[in-house]
Design a protein. Structure first.
Length: 156
């Protein structure tokens, strides 16, 4: 018999990620499982205007970005998981998204990861890669990927 005690739901706060919330909640209710929500601020978020000792980052500071992400996570958790039967653990961290998701899953003995996928194909996928694909390939546990119902199928 399959035992699912801990579910990890990674989010980038997008509409596609929102679509996967219902799956996370349904599985949690069916298995009486904990839900863990994680958002990873990509460590490659800043670009430098010039190289050298006097270079300046473009955009907000790391502290501002983390603070903003934490506020967004608090709203996301409150709005999206209001009906959850068990407490929901939420965390915001900085790093490479796929790596941080895998590390979180390993460290907390996650039984199932449920995440949305953008379903990019062709050149976009080759150039950008896919956090979801990397998580699927390297995860220590099963991964359920959820695509938007409006997404059109594209032949690879």
């Amino acid at each position: 018999m399959i035992q699912i005690q801990r579910i990890l739901y990674p989010t980038d706060f997008s509409d596609l990620a929102a679509h996967a919330v219902s799956y996370a909640c349904s599985f949690a209710e069916a298995f009486n499982a904990e839900i863990h929500v994680i958002h990873v601020v990509d460590e490659a978020y800043q670009y430098w205007m010039a190289m050298g000792p006097n270079s300046l980052p473009v955009g907000p500071s790391p502290d501002e970005i983390l603070h903003s992400a934490q506020e967004q996570m608090n709203r996301w958790k409150t709005e999206r998981f209001a009906a959850a039967k068990r407490p929901v653990t939420a965390e915001v961290t900085v790093g490479r998204p796929f790596f941080e998701i895998i590390q979180y899953a390993k460290a907390r003995s996650i039984d199932l990861i449920i995440m949305g996928t953008h379903g990019r194909g062709g050149l976009t996928h080759v150039l950008m890669g896919s956090v979801t694909e990397k998580v699927v390939r390297k995860s220590p546990c099963p991964v359920l990927t959820v695509r938007s119902p409006e997404h059109k199928f594209e032949m690879p």
